[in-house]
Design a protein around this ligand. Structure first.
Ligand SMILES: Cc1cc2nc3c(=O)[nH]c(=O)nc-3n(C[C@H](O)[C@H](O)[C@H](O)COP(=O)(O)OP(=O)(O)OC[C@H]3O[C@@H](n4cnc5c(N)ncnc54)[C@H](O)[C@@H]3O)c2cc1C
Length: 259
């Protein structure tokens, strides 16, 4: 698939490290949790989850994301996708729990809005380094329960999302969705495993990959060889048992990077 050329129509600064880029093409077929490959011409092509049907929300971490931050309205990007396995959609009247941290909120907010539109009962635990980095609170306000945490205590509850999670009975939910830094997700995994709730949990993984379509092998995970781009990026908790999840990931040269 060749990239589709899109024009940036609007840029919203969500936080000091994050911007949302809206474009003139809406990917109506995209399911919550699916991603697109964003071609930043002259720099790189990188995976991003759609935070709206026509937008990605980007945290500046390296070359390609820094280049995106220099772009203006009217500039162009190339988009391939949507790709990958998204979240299992919740049914009407289901009780769902969302646990999101940092830019992981961008990957999960469309799912929350879908669930709310189906009258599911949505409880969200949302964490960030500090209050300025907390994303999309305004889109999550309609949730039945919204628990906010900041690492530095600059607002809301001081602590991690897991501090709230241990106080919640996860068995009361039909589905649990998680996206955030991998160490955060690993801690959530441990709590849900202890509570016997892994089977109904889905984790969205952010790993380095090149092709996005299951060919290059850059994102294969030990020990089963599951490809994050094709078999994921959303995985059921049971699929991650005994895998490299939370232990290490591979960088561009295939070298292991320990968490
Ligand atoms: C399915 C998927 C969805 C994603 N969705 C979003 C999103 O919605 N918003 C967002 O801001 N980011 C998202 N990411 C992460 C994003 O792809 C990386 O931050 C981006 O590729 C970094 O590119 P760079 O050139 O700016 O940084 P680089 O210079 O390549 O790297 C900077 C740092 O980020 C790490 N890194 C690089 N690529 C990835 C990656 N793919 N996953 C995790 N860490 C990486 C590197 O190890 C390094 O430490 C997603 C990743 C995946 C796999």
């Amino acid at each position: 698939m060749y990239p589709i050329d899109v024009t940036i129509t609007k840029i919203v600064r969500e936080s000091p490290s994050t911007k949302t880029f809206f474009f003139d093409r809406s990917f109506e077929e995209a399911l919550p949790g699916q991603f697109v490959m964003v071609w930043v011409r002259g720099t790189d092509e990188i995976p991003m989850t759609l935070s709206y049907k026509n937008a990605v929300t980007v945290q500046k971490v390296g070359d390609a994301t820094a280049k995106m931050f220099e772009l203006r309205e009217g500039d162009h990007l190339g988009i391939r996708g949507p790709f990958g396995k998204g979240f299992t959609l919740p049914g009407p009247d289901e009780r769902i729990l969302i646990v999101a941290g940092g830019v992981g909120a961008a990957a999960i907010v469309m799912l929350a809005e879908y669930a709310l539109s189906k009258d599911a009962s949505v409880t969200t635990i949302l964490g960030a380094r500090n209050v300025g980095e907390m994303l999309f609170v305004y889109r999550l306000t309609p949730c039945k329960g919204l628990h906010l945490t900041t690492d530095d205590g600059s607002a809301h509850r001081c602590g991690f999302v897991t501090d709230v999670l241990v106080e919640i009975d996860s068995s009361a939910f039909d589905r649990i969705y998680i996206c955030g830094p991998e160490m955060m997700m690993k801690c959530v995994f441990g709590i849900l495993e202890k509570q016997g709730s892994l089977e109904k949990a889905e984790f969205s993984l952010h790993r380095y990959f090149k092709c996005g379509i299951g060919v290059c092998g850059a994102c294969c995970m030990d020990s089963e060889g599951l490809r994050v781009c094709k078999d994921g990026p959303v995985f059921n908790g049971m699929q991650l048992i005994g895998s490299e999840f939370g232990k290490y990931m591979r960088g561009p040269g295939g070298n292991k990077k320990l968490f």
